[in-house]
Design a protein around this ligand. Structure first.
Ligand code: HEC
Length: 210
């Protein structure tokens, strides 16, 4: 029974998450790459190019759709509205792209469900959140889990490495002091806790607020 609940939970997380290559890149290929296809400036032909941004900087702010220039251009809050010369996107398309950014703007959906499920684990949350100066990340597992844990910024830069971690069945926690690996305190912002175990990657969004 418990196993079924965890499986349902993992499936619902995976099902709900927006997949970059099949759901977002296809929109850009259809409506944007005719102009933003690599002849200088913003290039929307791949995830890596998109994340490089334009000559004036990043157009995606992971975790923060409203402050991402790409969203501001397609919803018309910054003009000229995109796609330039074409029909504006419907609310549902804009919501989909926003959802992908708010989920962390990752290239890969962060939970992979295999037909044979590996050890079940889940990031329950971090307490407190927002936090300052430290937070406790709670991970719940059903079996012994060994993996790699780290913290990345909203632009995907790795700032802190917990190294190899090992969890026993039940509730486990890790403390993060809002510092990088050199012990320097980081600035306010959105950070992602990433836990990798075999092919399974789980992320969790946290806010450091000073
Ligand atoms: C017909 C050509 C054309 C199409 C199609 C087009 N764009 Fe643009 N885009 C432009 C031009 C030209 C600019 C620069 C305009 C300006 O800022 O004055 C621009 C600028 C932008 C910028 C701002 C870059 C910066 O740093 O200022 C973003 C973001 C952007 N486009 C996103 C998109 C997206 C997303 C799509 C697809 C939905 C799209 N564009 C489709 C021509 C196009």
């Amino acid at each position: 029974m418990k196993r079924l609940i965890v499986m349902a939970l993992l499936l619902s997380i995976a099902g709900a998450q927006v997949d970059y290559n099949s759901q977002i890149q296809t929109i850009f290929n259809d409506k944007c790459t005719s102009c933003h296809g690599g002849s200088g400036g913003l290039n929307l032909s791949s995830y890596d190019e998109l994340m490089k941004g334009s000559n004036s900087g990043a157009v995606i702010k992971a975790g923060d759709a409203s402050n991402s220039l790409l969203i501001q251009r397609i919803d018309g809050s910054v003009t000229p509205q995109m796609p330039q010369g074409g029909d504006a996107f419907s609310d549902s398309v804009i919501s989909l792209i926003k959802k992908w950014i708010n989920e962390g703007a990752l290239e890969q959906v962060s939970v992979t469900v295999e037909s044979q499920l590996p050890s079940h684990f889940e990031i329950v949350g971090n307490y407190p959140n927002p936090f300052n100066p430290h937070t406790r990340i709670v991970i719940s597992t059903m079996t012994h889990v060994q993996g790699q844990a780290s913290i990345v910024t909203s632009s995907g830069k790795s700032v802190y490495d917990f190294g190899p971690v090992s969890f026993k069945p039940g509730s486990n926690s890790l403390i993060w002091r809002g510092q990088n690996s050199r012990g320097n305190t980081l600035s306010s912002g959105i950070y992602f806790f990433i836990l990798k175990h075999d092919d399974l990657v789980v992320t969790h969004r946290m806010i450091l607020l000073k």
